[in-house]
Design a protein around this ligand. Structure first.
Ligand code: ARG
Length: 459
């Protein structure tokens, strides 16, 4: 097949090279943006008197008919035509004749592909923001549905202090809310219009880049043409956003996987969100959580790949940059799918509150409260820590919990203990007493829940 750039060549491209350099197998995804960008470009060329209004009309009609063909599956993408830009341009000229060749005036594929990718990512950011918002809502709903459930809070994966389950869920909400605001930042730096940079240095034609930006709803235009064609920061930033989001989901996944074991039995996932084993009939596996945890690795991989691709590239365009697309597309797919299945999994999750509070009652998770009790009676915290430590040691040896001790036993450790110690170390008291801002008391968690809802109305 003859090339759009064939003039200076005397030989055909090697078949393997053709396949190696071609990007159509993945960049066909940019077809909508490529056509919308070309239509805006053609209108601008006519407005600036670079082509006639009639020529622009023919080009635009041709582009619209190609869009319809692609959408109805009547377009065959050719590897020999390398990429989406040349596939569409070649078809345009076949369809409307030589006037189709005027579309590429004052434009290069370098600024064209940059434009397409900016537009594509803007569209996907909007879709991802909606899915992320819905997952935030699922976390808020899960927290609100179980306002009184007490669970053990952990450090080192050892039971540490009793907390509200809702507090734990809202911790993930606030992580995702930061992800949302990071995504808004990525949007701002993606909302920059590169077309008109030409191959690298601008163009000799009297174009109007601001008119193109206005038609395509871009807030700003790149100020430097070299930067416009070689910038991939916005993609890398998006991959960094995605990496952190997946990191957060991966941490939650790890907890969901642990919590759904027989050992923890804190939750039960809905059958619809689990799969079975081909050999062990009793198995019900938390595959969604496991896969989200696993897919985090591939998203990190894409971030590393692109950071490495761009590192050391001289200005301006280099073909290396074509490597941005598979990383971007796969990350978008992975993130969207993960968000979607995750929200459904959370909404279907059964919380086994009794098991959680039973676990919170064990393993001396109330020891800090016992020390705090002594401090409130005047003992310096370090001494209180020591007293309670000895008391815990005694209970471990006696096979008892702190709440099993009699007042006489308590008094052996410190005369400061009074009858009210038993109430002070009930897990309900431990929770309600942690009323410092951001803490786990039900008043504080209610405040966090309200704050979460406020944050979501502003997103
Ligand atoms: N397919 C190319 C890419 O994705 C388009 C730009 C090609 N430019 C060039 N000078 N070969 O980067």
């Amino acid at each position: 097949m003859s090339k759009l750039w064939g003039g200076r060549f005397t030989k055909n491209t090697d078949v393997a090279v053709e396949e190696f350099t071609s990007s159509i197998s993945f960049d066909w995804r940019l077809y909508r943006e490529d056509i919308a960008g070309s239509i805006a470009h053609a209108r601008m060329l006519a407005k600036c008197g670079i082509i006639t209004a009639d020529e622009a009309d023919q080009i635009i009609a041709g582009l619209k008919s190609i869009l319809a063909d692609i959408e109805t599956g009547n377009f065959s993408f050719e590897t020999a035509l390398e990429d989406i830009h040349m596939n569409i341009e070649r078809r345009l000229t076949e369809r409307i004749g030589p006037v189709g060749g005027k579309l590429h005036t004052a434009r290069s594929r370098n600024d064209q592909v940059a434009l397409d990718t900016h537009m594509y990512l803007k569209r996907e950011i909007a879709a991802i923001a909606r899915l992320l918002w819905d997952l935030e809502a699922a976390l808020v709903e899960t927290a609100a549905k179980h306002p009184d459930v007490i669970m053990p809070g952990y450090t080192h994966l050892q039971r540490a202090q009793p907390i509200l389950f809702a507090h734990h869920m809202l911790a993930y909400f606030f992580m995702l809310a930061r992800d949302f605001s990071r995504l808004q930042g990525v949007w701002e730096r993606t909302d920059l219009m590169p077309l008109g940079a030409g191959a690298l240095a601008g163009t000799t034609f009297p174009i109007d880049r601001f008119y193109v930006a206005e038609q395509l709803k871009f807030a700003q235009v790149y100020d430097n043409s070299l930067d416009a064609v070689s910038d991939r920061d916005y993609i890398i930033e998006f991959l960094a956003f995605a990496s952190l989001l997946m990191l957060h989901l991966s941490r939650l996944s790890e907890e969901i996987i642990l919590w759904s074991t027989a050992e923890f039995a804190f939750i039960e996932l809905d059958d619809a969100h689990c799969t079975g084993s081909s050999i062990m009939p009793q198995k019900k596996n938390p595959d969604v959580a496991e896969l989200v945890r696993g897919k985090t690795g591939r998203v990190y991989g894409h971030l590393m790949a692109l950071l490495t691709v761009v590192k050391g590239l001289p200005l301006a365009y280099n073909k290396d940059l074509q490597e941005d697309k598979e990383a971007l597309f796969d990350t978008i797919d992975t993130v969207k799918f993960s968000l979607q299945v995750y929200a459904a999994m959370l909404r279907g999750m059964r919380v086994l509150g009794e098991r959680m509070s039973e676990a919170a009652r064990q393993d001396y998770a109330n020891a800090t409260d016992m020390a705090d009790y002594l401090v409130k009676k005047g003992l310096p915290f370090r001494q209180a820590h020591e007293v309670v430590g000895r008391c815990v040691r005694y209970c471990i040896d006696a096979g008892k919990g702190l709440t099993d001790l009699s007042l006489a036993e308590f008094k052996q450790f410190s005369p400061l203990f009074e009858a009210d110690i038993l109430d002070a170390i009930q897990i309900e008291t431990c929770v309600s007493a942690r009323n410092s801002y951001g803490g786990t008391s039900s008043a504080q968690v209610t405040h966090q829940l309200q704050k979460a809802k406020d944050v979501m109305t502003r997103q």
